[in-house]
Write a protein that binds this ligand. Structure first.
Ligand SMILES: Nc1nc2c(ncn2[C@@H]2O[C@H](COP(=O)(O)OP(=O)(O)OP(=O)(O)O)[C@@H](O)[C@H]2O)c(=O)[nH]1
Ligand SMILES: [Mg+2]
Ligand SMILES: [Zn+2]
Length: 372
């Protein structure tokens, strides 16, 4: 018996946006905003975001400006502004493109706004994996790695760690990799060198076609160099050709770059300060080893101080858990809690402002307070 229909899907030409990471989820998100409306909308992926405009691929390069609706939303909450990696719905208007909607995101790398009225910032949207870069010749800095991991886990994308400039560690490389692995539970660690090519093949083998990766690390960690080495071409400027007087960062904007094997990379400027997200799940995942120990404490609400039957302290005493890591766990949990209360306070203040602006009672209350 023959099955004439079995192969039809394979015979269909690839979707024109397949090379940009287009998939069933994005398609559904697009249909949700595009179907049934009065305008003809097309999907596009944001390659680079600038103020008021974005560089998009659809799949060719175009520039699109924000529609008044999208611009107003972005002014009220910058988190909603189109960012690199976002999928958007665009409409032709004269000889320009207008971004009419930002499609629902998945896997968003968020930098939490911790100042009094600062907003969260979306560093990268729709990412499947976060490649955390830590240079082999500078430490490594385990506390920094734990912060990057907390950020990555919170995004929902899977973290992978690259120990960059591996050739500079010389004989110390196994030791460096072991130290990195000891604080990166649940994430694969790759020692790589953009200069010698070490480890690039193994890392490239992880790059699934259509998957979006974002590079995360401090300035000078070698992110753009690694991207270029994986791409086999100079897709991004790196530290060597920079005019140092222009500032510390070589990469100054975010950019989406399709790789030869079909994966996509988002290169972003180095991140200096990493505030742990108020959503504590990222810290929990990062310290899953410590959390597993904590589950075995005698008391449910054990503070891992001097209580009897504390499995965490016991592990430290037995040399199974590094006391430094325990201290950092305490600190990051406190920070996450603090950041959560800060952003809750901001949201409450904003709601109050909205209420005053938009209701008669609110305006009355404002007038009374001002003494009118
Ligand atoms: N020895 C050695 N140096 C490297 C390697 N990879 C990068 N570098 C050097 O490290 C410096 C910084 O590299 P970049 O790739 O520009 O770093 P970056 O992380 O993109 O930095 P920002 O764009 O500022 O965030 C440059 O001078 C590179 O030549 C490597 O594998 N080995
Ligand atoms: Mg760079
Ligand atoms: Zn305990």
């Amino acid at each position: 018996m023959s099955h004439p229909s079995t192969n039809t899907s394979e015979e269909l030409p690839a979707h024109p946006l397949a090379g940009l990471g287009w998939n069933a989820r994005v398609e559904a998100a697009f249909d949700a905003v595009a179907l049934g409306g009065p305008d003809v909308l097309l999907p596009a992926r944001v390659s680079e975001a600038r103020r008021g405009a974005v560089g998009v691929r659809m799949p060719n390069h175009e520039t699109a400006t924000l529609s008044p609706t999208v611009r107003r939303a972005a002014e009220a909450d910058p988190f909603t502004a189109p960012t690199s990696g976002d999928w958007v719905a665009v409409r032709r208007s004269g000889d320009t493109w207008l971004v009419e909607a930002v499609l629902e995101r998945s896997g968003t790398l968020v930098r939490q706004g911790v100042a009094k009225d600062s907003h969260d910032q979306a560093l990268a949207a729709n990412v499947d994996a976060v490649l955390i870069c830590e240079a082999a010749d500078q430490g490594p800095n385990v506390g920094r790695l734990e912060r990057f991991l907390s950020l990555a886990w919170t995004s929902g994308a899977a973290p992978v760690v690259a120990v960059t400039k591996a050739e500079l560690a010389g004989d110390r490389l196994p030791e460096v990799v072991e130290l990195v692995a000891s604080v990166t539970t649940g994430a694969e660690v790759h020692a790589v060198s953009a200069h010698t090519g070490l480890g690039l093949e193994a890392l490239a083998a992880q790059l699934r076609p259509g998957a979006t990766w974002v590079l995360l690390g401090t300035s000078g960690a070698g992110k753009s160099s690694l991207l270029n080495a994986l791409a086999g071409r100079t897709a991004m400027e790196t530290g060597e050709i920079r005019d140092d007087r222009r500032g510390r960062h070589t990469t100054t904007h975010r950019q989406l770059i399709p790789m030869p094997g079909g994966a996509l990379f988002l290169d972003i400027p180095g991140v200096r300060r990493i505030d742990v997200p108020g959503d504590g799940t990222g810290v929990d995942r990062t310290f899953s080893d410590v959390n597993e120990l904590a589950d075995r404490c005698r008391f449910r609400d054990c503070s891992h101080g001097t209580e009897p039957g504390c499995a965490v302290r016991a592990a430290v005493d037995e040399g199974e858990l590094d006391s430094g890591r325990l201290e950092r766990w305490f600190r990051l949990r406190r920070e996450a809690e603090w950041n959560r209360s800060r952003s809750d306070a901001r949201v409450r203040a904003e709601r109050r402002k909205e209420w005053k602006r938009n209701t008669r009672e609110g305006r009355e209350a404002g007038r009374l307070k001002r003494g009118h």
